[in-house]
Design a protein around this ligand. Structure first.
Ligand code: PGA
Length: 259
């Protein structure tokens, strides 16, 4: 029903030379992925080169963040039209590393989501609790606050064009992924909120990805959860074989369906 989506978030990894090599390996290894949609998000500096290597491949290009203004005096920033020019059709918004390291607020994240949508790209809004928040029983409060703020003021049809990623901060880059049950619990909660913010019908169409230490070894169990519509992959996306392994598992789910 919802086509599985696998996104590789390369973070601050890879020179242009390395990005070309990784993209070539992923492109050649996947050829014609069926039953799955695949996106790679290289650093800004490699976008043009990766776009060229992807060429007519079904693998799509995404960015890791963007500025909400189309242009202006914002030193060091990159706007959505600039990304679109490089054939980006996606961008992550509100990744926890940007919330924490750059201090991106929910308000700015909302502006970014709107900017991305207004230029016809797809925002992947990231939400997730820290380990402390989970221990204090605040998981649902945290993700609900981030979701409501991130999508504030959006019409139902705009929400229908977004993708969500549930990324528990304690699972990112730690090797300790959320269990399939933990991911499903939060993602089901997020989908309930989408029903309220948009409609039940729209909520059923929005893809909610899981991110946080996804590897080929744990992808099957995570993706088997009806609420998990794909994966946002960090570390494992830097290894072509590991990334391809995850995509293949998602494709199997996408072709066979879930119970
Ligand atoms: P990870 O990162 O797969 O290395 O845990 C995921 C992410 O931050 O998107």
């Amino acid at each position: 029903m919802r086509t599985p989506l696998v996104i590789g978030n390369w973070k601050m990894h890879g020179t242009v030379v390395e990005a070309r090599a990784l993209t070539t390996a992923i492109r050649d290894g996947l050829k014609r992925p069926r039953g799955v949609q695949v996106v790679v998000c290289p650093p800004f500096t490699a976008l043009a080169a990766v776009s060229e290597v992807l060429g007519g491949s079904p693998i799509q290009l995404g960015a890791q963040t963007c500025h909400h203004e189309p242009a202006g005096a914002h030193t060091g920033e990159v706007s959505v039209p600039m990304l679109a020019e490089l054939t980006c059709r996606w961008t992550l918004v509100g990744h926890s590393e940007r919330r924490k390291e750059i201090g991106e607020s929910d308000e700015v994240i909302n502006l970014k989501v709107r900017a991305v949508l207004s230029h016809g790209l797809t925002p992947v809004l990231c939400v997730g609790e820290t380990g402390d928040e989970r221990r204090q029983g605040l998981t649902f409060n945290t993700v609900e606050g981030q979701l409501r703020a991130g999508l504030a003021g959006l019409a139902g049809e705009q929400i229908a064009k977004t993708v969500l990623a549930y990324e528990p901060v304690w699972a990112i880059g730690t090797g300790a992924n959320a269990t399939p049950a933990q991911a499903a619990e939060v993602q089901g909660y997020l989908r309930g909120l989408l029903s309220e913010l948009a409609s039940k019908e729209i909520a059923q169409t929005v893809r909610i990805l899981y991110g946080g230490s996804v590897k080929a070894e744990n992808a099957d169990a995570l993706l088997a959860e009806p609420e998990v519509d794909g994966a946002l992959v960090g570390g494992a996306s830097l290894n072509a074989q590991a990334f391809i392994g995850i995509v293949r598992k998602a494709a199997r789910v996408g072709t066979a369906g879930k119970e």
